[in-house]
Design a protein around this ligand. Structure first.
Ligand code: SF4
Ligand code: SF4
Length: 308
């Protein structure tokens, strides 16, 4: 093994020790294939009112503009698939990724530890850690690094564990050995397209963000347009439909991250409890949760949109 391979192995072993499902590495380069697709998606206004998506176009496509002298993008997956479910089948639903503590904090801490490990064991390395927090096309990098393929629902998919995981990355100025992409295993399946409650998957591999329930319930700050009434399949925060129906998610395994366990009340709250939720209960159940992003006013807006 040469030095590059040894360093690569050390980083992957440490990532595993820190609890990441998998780790793949790509050369930090311009994302040539994604550039025209991103441009078209923005031009077609698929991002709705998520104006921030228009910012940093160049940086989104080239990690060398985010980190001086960047050489490698280390992509990492972190499982969040829960075994527990909300008990009342009529309770408005929360996307599984938001059950526990805010993943930004949980994963950022792990990325920091990995970066420290690299600096201590390999040598002084410049770099930054990202988890859904800066203009990084995380799925594109994970795909390049051989961690999975991007499915027709636009999620990263793996044959072994489906798609219920977070994607994070380190962009560092260290040369490493690079992985190669895997093949697409969607085949003739169209389950996600057929099941999407708002017909947001407008073509295979193209999700119109401005039609997605996650957009309406999390990103949109205004009132939800009445034309969507009755089409949210009872989702009050995010939506898992196109992942739940994906046959590859039969292979999802339960996460082992205690910080992702939900507040017990979140699972037992009934439809009526949600409809009558107070600021106090919201603050208790979603203490440290990503759901706080919508604030009490956003969540109650979503709940009344479902129940009126
Ligand atoms: S998350 Fe829900 S609304 Fe959005 S594309 Fe998937 S199924 Fe459709
Ligand atoms: S549901 Fe089918 S088409 Fe959609 S992402 Fe999964 S395998 Fe691909």
């Amino acid at each position: 093994m040469n030095t590059k391979e040894t360093y690569t192995q050390m980083i992957k072993t440490e990532a595993k020790r820190l609890g990441f499902l998998s780790c793949g590495i790509s050369q930090a380069d311009f994302l040539e294939e994604e550039a025209p697709r991103l441009e078209k998606w923005l031009n077609e206004n698929r991002h709705g009112k998520m104006q921030y998506m228009e910012n940093h176009f160049e940086k989104r496509l080239d990690p060398r503009l985010l980190v001086d002298g960047a050489k490698s993008v280390v992509s990492l997956l972190y499982n969040y698939y829960p075994t527990a479910k909300q008990e009342d089948p009529e309770a408005p639903k929360i996307s599984k990724y938001a059950y526990g503590q805010d993943y930004h904090h949980v994963i950022k801490a792990k990325l920091k530890t990995l970066l420290e490990f690299i600096n201590e064991e390999i040598g002084e390395v410049g770099g930054r850690a990202f988890v859904d927090s800066a203009p990084v096309l995380d799925k594109a990098w994970a795909k390049r690094s051989g961690l999975g393929w991007i499915g027709k629902n636009s999620n990263l998919l793996t044959q072994k564990v489906g798609s219920f995981y977070f994607i994070a990355e380190l962009i560092i100025d260290l040369d490493l050995s690079y992985d190669t992409p895997v093949t697409d295993h969607c085949g003739t399946c169209t389950a996600c397209i057929d099941a999407c409650p708002t017909e947001a998957i407008v073509a295979p591999y193209v999700v119109d963000g401005s039609k997605c329930i996650s957009y309406f319930t999390i990103e949109l700050k205004d009132e939800i347009p009445l034309s969507n009434k009755g089409s949210f399949d009872n989702w009050m925060f995010g939506c898992d439909v196109c992942q739940d129906v994906c046959p590859w998610n039969r292979f999802s395994k339960a996460h082992s991250e205690p910080l992702f366990d939900p507040h017990p009340e979140l699972l037992t709250m009934t439809k009526k409890d949600w409809e009558e939720i107070t600021q106090e209960v919201f603050s208790k159940v979603f203490k440290k949760s990503a759901v706080k992003r919508t604030k009490f006013s956003g969540l109650t807006r979503n709940i009344s949109f479902l129940s009126d």
